[in-house]
Write a protein that binds this ligand. Structure first.
Ligand SMILES: Cc1ncc(COP(=O)(O)O)c(C=O)c1O
Length: 406
């Protein structure tokens, strides 16, 4: 015991020395573009509440109504007695969002995106006596990586990592792969870079080499497409090989996630996805409120908010050109500024805090070493005035910090 204690202290000190220690901050106000923390108000440019639905009055009422109608707890896992009719209704609505892209689309609702990703990867890797090869984009989210780590523990499963900017190596590997079962895995919108996966090319490769394609569209669902159905909407892509994962704690404003795929694959996940089988089903009140959130997303309010978000992204891109810091090329709500080292990233985040802004420093292992950044995000509910003021603050901060360095 005392050995572990000393070792933990030593490792925590090492994290401090490398500027890698993470710290919790407790918010004392509802989610929004202005947050109260320790008695101070900060302008937040860091949440994933891209449409500003996390504190929407209709969703607050829906949670309360759902709770009075269905109760607050599900009482058990889905396969015992925790699966309510309102979960069915939600899953039907979720499946309808991908119906144009996935023939025979069915959806399975999970309590988080993290669990949905682990479930889909491990579940789809569990085929008896079949050699399985998993192909994963290098910058995929940690929850996909953890799914891969668990799946690799299964016999007959191995892994190839590819660069989503250059698919030559992926193609070469697929060409020479004689495994019975192949699964290509990618973020839809890359969570730390903000760029989009080349879905059409990936699906073509999946078709050409008999693979499945799993797309984690955590940051696209609710935001991309006229109706907010995500990266596949309007793409013209349609295939039984597609497995779509959307999360509901980001643009949808609540929490949860879903896997959408052909009926047979969903039936298989119900049998084999351990986080689905061995975990309490989410509250039926939440399922009820999520249906209302989906109505908002696809309706006129969602469409208007996506227009506001687009206009905010365009303004930000036009306003800010850094001399030294690297603003990544992204057209989505995720607009990261790569500054390099951990220490400088922390220093900038601290200076921003003093100036009244909250944009956390994201460091390894969340991003590659030497690529620490401010992961700035925009919401439909930011005003142009807020964005202009932030831009001026950041530009003058860059000048001050870079001049001081010389
Ligand atoms: C790309 C991606 N996938 C999955 C998740 C996990 O989703 P959840 O927060 O619902 O667990 C996240 C969370 O940030 C994410 O960025």
């Amino acid at each position: 015991m005392s050995f572990a204690k000393n070792q933990i202290i030593k490792e925590l000190n090492a994290l401090d020395e490398q500027f890698l220690r993470r710290r919790l901050r407790s918010v004392d106000s509802p989610c929004g573009t202005r947050l109260r923390i320790a008695g101070r108000e900060l302008q937040a440019f860091c949440s994933n509440d891209y449409l500003g639905f996390a504190n929407h009055p209709d969703l607050i009422s829906a949670i309360a109504k759902g709770a009075s109608q269905f109760g607050v707890g599900s009482g058990a896992s889905h396969l015992i007695s925790g699966h309510h009719q309102i979960h069915d209704a939600l899953e039907e609505k979720l499946a309808s969002t991908q119906a144009n892209a996935i023939p025979g689309a069915k959806a399975l609702f999970f309590s988080t995106g993290y669990l949905a990703n682990i479930s889909a990867i491990t579940g789809l890797s569990k085929l008896n006596n079949q050699q399985t090869r998993l192909y994963s984009a290098a910058l995929n989210h940690a929850s996909l990586i953890d799914g891969l780590r668990l799946a690799k523990g299964h016999a007959n499963t191995d892994l190839f990592i590819f660069d989503h900017h250059n698919l030559d190596s992926l193609k070469e590997e697929l060409k020479n792969d004689s495994s019975e079962h192949k699964l290509i895995i990618t973020d839809g919108v890359f969570s730390m870079d903000g760029d989009l996966a080349p879905i059409a090319t990936l699906l073509q490769l999946a078709e050409d080499y008999d693979a499945l394609l799993l797309v984690d569209d955590a940051h696209g669902f609710g935001v991309l497409g006229k109706y907010g159905y995500g990266i596949l909407e309007g793409s013209g892509l349609c295939s039984e090989r597609l497995i779509y994962i959307g999360t509901l704690g980001k643009a949808a404003g609540l929490s949860g996630a879903f896997v959408c795929a052909n009926e047979l694959l969903i039936e298989w996940l119900i049998q084999k996805a351990r986080p689905y089988i061995y975990s309490t089903a989410s509250s039926p009140a939440l399922a009820y409120a999520l249906i209302r959130s989906l109505e908002l997303i696809e309706g006129s309010e969602g469409q208007e908010r996506r227009e506001s978000l687009k206009s905010n992204i365009a303004l930000w891109k036009q306003l800010t050109q850094f001399k030294v810091w690297n603003k990544l090329n992204s057209d989505t709500a995720i607009q990261p500024i790569v500054v390099g080292g951990n220490e400088i990233a922390l220093q900038i985040a601290k200076e921003l805090d003093l100036a009244g802004y909250w944009i956390p420093a994201i460091r390894p292992p969340t991003v590659p070493k030497g690529m620490a950044r401010l992961r700035m995000t925009l919401s439909a509910t930011h005003t142009h005035t807020q964005i202009r003021a932030l831009s001026e603050t950041l530009l003058s901060l860059e000048t001050r910090l870079e001049v001081n360095k010389q």
